[in-house]
Design a protein around this ligand. Structure first.
Ligand code: TMP
Length: 212
């Protein structure tokens, strides 16, 4: 089996990313594959401080371009300190959100040109990208309802109007259509166990591909 695979899990609010990142890690560990789970924004002590700035509803004044820079600042930290060391040690690294979230939220959602986001991404990460991206797709109305049940206080992005979340969903689907080799779209409105099985199957098929 291949080692050192970088998997990202993406999707809108309430799509079940955190649950499925944890379930996938458990399933891979059970099969003897050492796994690290991280999340963005965040994933290191420094990047968690940037997360707090970004998600605090009281800090709603960021320019969308500033948000892009903050997300990539945190991402550069998380890649250098969590993801790359995990991969170098032969682990599977699973990241709950990554660059596609910046394209979907700040690009499709808030209107920052996608080319600008890609250029900032190149500067911050020097071409580093996931081997496999699982996009958990759910209707934003259902996703926001699920997210609302999970927490009483809505963060910055959860408070955006439904239209914003529709653009985000459409963004993820366009990204997936443009890169079918890297991305798999998974219907996350279904029963949690079914979704977990499909995610595991996608990860295992990638891990079983011949190296090189
Ligand atoms: P979470 O709810 O998955 O923990 O993510 C926090 C919020 O941050 C979520 O509403 C999506 C948003 N976000 C962006 O807007 N751009 C990004 O690049 C990332 C990673 C997250």
């Amino acid at each position: 089996m291949k080692r050192g695979l970088f998997i990202t899990i993406e999707g809108g609010e309430g799509a079940g990313k955190s649950t499925h990142a944890a379930r996938l890690a458990q399933s891979l560990e059970r099969r003897g594959m050492p796994t690290v789970v991280t999340r963005e924004p965040g994933g290191t002590a420094e990047a968690e401080r940037i997360r707090a700035l970004l998600l605090d509803p009281g800090e709603a004044g960021w320019e969308p371009a500033t948000e892009v820079l903050l997300h990539f600042a945190g991402r550069a930290e998380n890649v250098a300190k969590t993801v790359k060391p995990a991969l170098a040690a032969g682990r599977v690294a699973i990241c709950d959100r990554f660059t596609d979230s910046t394209l979907a939220y700040q690009g499709y959602g808030s209107g920052v040109p996608l080319a600008t986001i890609r250029a900032v991404g190149e500067a911050a990460l020097a071409g580093f990208r996931p081997d496999l991206t699982l996009i958990l797709d759910v209707d934003p109305a259902l996703g926001l309802q699920r997210a609302g049940k999970r927490s009483t206080a809505r963060d910055r992005y959860e408070s955006e109007p439904l239209d914003f979340h529709r653009r985000v969903r459409n963004g993820f689907l366009e990204i997936a259509a443009g890169e079918p080799g890297r991305c798999a779209v998974i219907d996350s409105a279904r029963n949690e166990d079914r979704v977990a099985e499909e995610i595991l199957a996608a990860a295992l098929s990638r891990l079983q591909e011949p190296v090189g």
